[in-house]
Design a protein around this ligand. Structure first.
Ligand code: G1P
Length: 312
């Protein structure tokens, strides 16, 4: 990833896999892609694109599958609706409606079969070319006050190679994630990754540090993924491709994240994410906070109080 002058250029491409079936949210995801489920009033996926754009990643490729046309519609213009809002003079909603189509340069590639995250990333190879790029997974929302992706890009510039986001999840949860073996570096939040295992049983995990859904990857990952056989769950795993890079001696580092992460991957975590983000909002936050205080008070006094109140 060097320009003619030999100066490293800033990455500006990001791959966002969105082909997952969203089975954990059925029946909501029967016709609506899980990435389009609203977190307060904005689809989860729009938060991801906002984060990418803020970090300078304005060329986005989404790897889609069947039933994902709502995603393409969301990031496209909608002249009829815009005309109605314009006529009404509703500038606020007009801006909100236009924003997704203006925020980035968005492309779509199709993953014909669900063969795993590694395979999804490989589908974007010809679009990315020979450049360092990012991968962002839609289930992880990172608080806008915590500049994780920016830090990862900085670490990539410093060390070269690839950089993954890591989170301490405890050994009891590690079997849901890719796990890593690490060595410390001079920077407190940066580790060198020496080994990776996808979804290990806790007894076999190299550590309790999990990979979360932000990656900055060297383009060598594509050759590695082409040679990666199906792994955990019979799928081509991104973790296994990155392990091949580390084994070949290419630098792979991790940024250990200690900020605020909102997991929207399963129903309970999704509910928590909606509540947390709603509380933070300037418009809805104060009234919603008041409601929560009253509601949790009811809950601590006992369910009967809640029942009485709801019968009022
Ligand atoms: C994927 C990756 C896994 C990573 C996780 C982060 O798993 O394969 O290594 O830890 O994302 O959310 P998935 O959640 O798609 O099963």
């Amino acid at each position: 990833m060097t320009q003619a002058s030999g100066t490293p250029s800033r990455p500006h491409k990001v791959v966002i896999p969105v082909a997952g079936l969203g089975t954990r949210f059925l029946p909501a995801t029967k016709a609506v892609p899980k990435e389009m489920l609203p977190v307060v009033d904005t689809p989860a996926l729009q938060y991801i694109v906002e984060e990418a754009v803020r970090a300078g990643l304005t060329e986005v490729v989404m790897v889609t599958g069947r039933n994902k046309s709502a995603i393409e519609d969301h990031f496209d213009r909608v002249p009829e609706l815009e005309a109605v809002l314009e006529k009404k003079g509703d500038r606020v909603r007009l801006t909100a409606v236009r924003r997704p189509s203006e925020m980035a340069d968005i492309h779509f590639v199709r993953q014909g079969e669900a063969r795993g995250l590694g395979h999804a990333v490989l589908c974007a190879a010809s679009y990315v070319g020979d450049e360092v790029f990012a991968v962002m997974l839609g289930d992880d929302l990172i608080d806008t006050r915590d500049l994780l992706l920016e830090r990862m890009l900085e670490v990539q510039l410093q060390h070269g190679g690839s950089v993954l986001a890591l989170l301490e999840v405890g050994l009891e949860n590690i079997d849901k994630y890719g796990a890593v073996a690490v060595q410390p570096t001079k920077a407190e939040d940066v580790v060198r990754i020496t080994d990776l295992v996808e979804k290990p049983p806790s007894a076999q995990a190299p550590s309790s540090l999990a990979i979360i859904g932000r990656y900055v990857l060297a383009p060598e990952i594509f050759a590695a993924l082409r040679d990666t056989p199906p792994g955990a769950g019979g799928e081509i795993q991104l973790t296994d491709g990155i392990k091949a890079l580390a084994t070949a001696g290419l630098p792979v580092h991790g940024v250990v994240f200690t900020g605020r992460r909102y997991d929207t991957g399963d129903r309970l975590d999704y509910l928590k994410a909606v509540v947390r983000l709603a509380v933070e909002r300037d418009d809805l936050g104060p009234a919603f906070r008041d409601f929560l205080v009253e509601f949790t008070g009811d809950l601590t006094r006992g369910d009967s109080a809640v029942a009485e109140r709801s019968n009022d």
